[in-house]
Write a protein that binds this ligand. Structure first.
Ligand SMILES: NC(=O)C1=CN([C@@H]2O[C@H](COP(=O)(O)OP(=O)(O)OC[C@H]3O[C@@H](n4cnc5c(N)ncnc54)[C@H](O)[C@@H]3O)[C@@H](O)[C@H]2O)C=CC1
Ligand SMILES: O=C(O)C1=N[C@H](C(=O)O)C[C@H](O)C1
Length: 246
């Protein structure tokens, strides 16, 4: 595969390493300082684009790929408010996009187990649930995309929960958490690649489900595997479509 890397920061550089190891070629690398190179002519040299850029860059990068009819894998988080609009545009222009809040195998197993546990916990109303995420201090978005996916999985399966709210610890937060809300608590600590915990608490005990990324390697390998999976496909996909856990 010929790969265009949209975003060549912490993730883009590790993705390049895995791409080369797996026999692919990187034909384009875009960062904030060479955005002029992100044009139809350069994009048309690639078989797939992989976007790990920034929350405020993802949408225009996606549309640039649609314009060039180039399939795109989107790892960037923080743009999901426009997900439906992007999906409509992807499908109506016969383009191809796969997105995921987290590409690591471990977190995708976690997503599945989280939903199974949430369904079970509907039988035990003595427990209330909370999601915690910890990331490095350069992270631009809060809550993490992964924490949003986890909270949405809980809302889908746990009776009585209808929405999530976010507290970025250290920032002003005066909300009173309502019974129907899932609190996502975000912590920013130097050098943490990504830790997510779901905690069910009752008066007598806690149950915790936790994923700790030791590095960014799992995310990066997952993004390349997703790009390989996307070859010869058309449409709008989520990382869950690859794993298809039952
Ligand atoms: N889905 C997943 O598994 C994962 C997602 N992420 C997400 O990926 C994104 C990037 O993460 P990092 O690599 O850690 O960030 P980073 O800040 O290290 O790198 C981002 C790069 O994007 C570049 N950039 C800025 N504007 C751009 C534009 N318009 N087009 C192309 N590149 C542009 C910057 O110059 C920077 O080098 C974040 O949104 C993060 O949340 C990160 C890790 C895993
Ligand atoms: O910004 C990051 O670093 C990460 N972002 C993703 C997210 O928002 O969930 C995935 C991973 O946790 C690392």
């Amino acid at each position: 595969m010929k790969v265009a890397l949209l975003g060549y920061g912490k993730m883009g550089q590790i993705i390049e390493r895995f791409a080369l190891e797996r026999g692919h070629e990187v034909v384009l690398k875009i960062n904030a300082d060479n955005l002029d190179d992100l044009n139809k002519s350069n994009l048309s040299k690639a078989d797939v684009a992989i976007d790990f850029s920034a929350p405020d860059a993802a949408i225009s990068n996606i549309y640039a790929c649609f314009e060039a009819n180039l399939p795109i894998v989107v790892g960037t988080t923080g743009w999901y408010g426009q997900l439906q609009e992007v999906k409509n545009e992807c499908l109506s222009s016969n383009n191809t996009l796969l997105y995921g809040s987290n590409f690591s195998i471990g977190v995708n197993i976690f997503f599945h187990v989280n939903k199974v546990l949430a369904k079970l916990m509907s039988n035990f109303p003595a427990y209330d649930v909370q999601v915690e995420e910890i990331h490095h201090t350069q992270k631009l978005d809060s809550p993490s995309g992964t924490a949003m996916t986890i909270a949405e999985g809980i809302i889908e399966e746990l009776d009585g929960k209808t929405e999530w709210v976010n507290e970025l610890v250290g920032s002003p937060f005066e909300d009173v958490i309502k019974k129907e809300q899932v609190l996502i608590e975000s912590h920013r600590i130097e050098n943490v690649p990504g830790t997510h915990t779901v905690v069910y608490s009752s008066e007598v005990d806690d149950i915790e489900l936790k994923h700790t990324a030791h590095s960014r390697a799992g995310f990066a390998l997952g993004a390349i595997v997703a790009a390989e999976w996307l070859q010869n496909k058309q449409g709008f996909y989520n990382i869950a479509d690859i794993f298809n856990f039952k």
